[in-house]
Design a protein around this ligand. Structure first.
Ligand SMILES: Cc1ncc(COP(=O)(O)O)c(C=O)c1O
Length: 389
């Protein structure tokens, strides 16, 4: 009765079952996987947002496949403030970055074609490929105190079915940004092999330190056909608003053809609601207030981890340049799953086993940096108590 592409193993994992049992018993969990900014104690301009959403203009339906002009103008202004110029005609609003990915997969791939995704990276990419009949191909990020793209393997693995390369800038959970030399390399490769780039910049505003080697936004890139994704869920800490966008750039002929085709895809769904589009100028104006609070939290937590786990600790922190997650390496006396289960069973601490993000070369767990410091401190102290016996 059902499609092969939805033939997933839907049985809860042992970790999920244990968590559920503990929650049923009303036990307090130190949730170090929390990635929902609306639950992390940040200050929002609540009344301003409610007023902006409640405008009478929200009651008018004026469908536009690209999104309302006032919303696209607000996005273009947001880029302009960061020194990036994008025409309002080159944006498409979507309900989420995930929807943006789906539009692009439908634009670029026939069933069975391939798209390169980084490994490790966030698990949703595999599902998005599967749901759009795209076969994921992987390129590795290698760690030697910093993450690098393994270009050799990437170049060798390109086939005639390959349709695009995804860059996550910075990547989740490695927190690694694309560097200038990597950008030049990948653009040259994309140009030679006629492959568009899909660049996910949802964590782009969350770099911990300035770094001259770091590539800037790809949103105005003209070298190759490029689709840059971003949205409110991370940069304004508003995942519930369901508004993201695709910025299309590149050589004119390819860009114009992509815009025409995307217009039909977007017109088929028209999925972004009018109230959130009407509110977007205010939401983006306020976004720096949120970005700043979140950045201070994640950077502060990361710096605290660096100092706490510095020397002699059996848990070591992998170097991270930005984003909302940190990776901890643990002794290989157990698997990542076994460590995560032990932390939950014995100390009520919830972390992600690294294999969920395809962290495979060593035993790693992934933790959110978004949580309040007190929570992180008690989680780390308790984990140390278990790991260092
Ligand atoms: C790298 C990356 N891109 C996109 C998303 C999802 O963004 P959205 O809420 O806009 O779909 C996530 C979610 O964590 C992510 O990690």
């Amino acid at each position: 009765m059902f499609s092969d592409r939805t033939n997933w193993n839907t049985r809860p994992t042992t970790l999920a079952t244990l968590l559920h049992e503990k929650q049923q018993r009303g036990e307090d969990i130190i949730d170090l996987t929390e990635s929902n900014p609306t639950r992390c104690g940040f200050q929002y301009n609540t009344q301003g947002m409610l007023d902006a959403l409640a405008t009478r203009r929200s009651l008018l339906y004026e469908p536009n496949p690209k999104g309302l002009l006032l919303a696209r103008t607000a996005i273009a202004d947001w880029y302009f403030q960061q020194g990036v110029t994008v025409s309002v005609e080159h944006f498409f609003l979507t309900a989420s970055t995930s929807e943006g990915y789906s539009f692009l997969f439908r634009l670029l791939c026939n069933a069975g074609d391939s798209i390169f995704i980084p490994k490790p990276s966030y698990p949703l990419l595999d599902y998005l490929c599967q749901l759009n009949d795209v076969v994921p191909q992987y390129y590795s990020l290698m760690y030697d105190d910093e993450w690098h793209i393994d270009f050799e393997r990437l170049e060798k693995s390109i086939t005639k079915e390959t349709r695009a390369i995804i860059l996550v800038h910075p990547n989740n959970p490695t927190g690694s940004f694309i560097k200038h030399h990597e950008r030049s390399h990948i653009e040259e490769l994309a140009r030679q092999r006629n492959l568009p780039l899909i660049v996910d910049e949802v964590f782009g505003s969350f770099g911990f330190e300035q770094d001259k080697r770091r590539a800037s936004s790809f949103a105005s890139d003209e070298t190759v056909l490029t689709f840059t994704l971003n949205g409110l869920s991370k940069l304004a800490g508003l995942p519930q608003m369901k508004l993201a966008w695709i910025a299309v750039s590149g050589p004119e002929a390819e860009r114009e053809e992509a815009l025409k085709r995307l217009e039909i895809i977007a017109d088929t769904y028209l999925s972004v609601t009018t109230p959130v589009q009407q509110a977007l100028p205010l939401l983006l104006k306020d976004s720096s207030f949120l970005t700043q609070q979140i950045l201070e939290r994640v950077r502060g937590n990361y710096q605290w981890l660096v100092s706490t786990l510095r020397s002699g600790s059996t848990m070591s922190l992998l170097h991270c340049e930005g984003g909302w997650n940190a990776i901890l390496q643990l002794p290989n006396t157990r698997t990542d799953e076994e460590w995560a289960l032990k932390f939950l069973r014995e100390r009520n601490i919830l972390v992600h086993p690294g294999h969920l993000f395809d962290l495979q070369n060593s035993v790693c767990i992934v933790m959110s940096l978004l949580v309040k410091r007190e929570m992180l401190e008690s989680g780390i102290e308790a984990m140390k108590g278990i790991v260092e016996v």
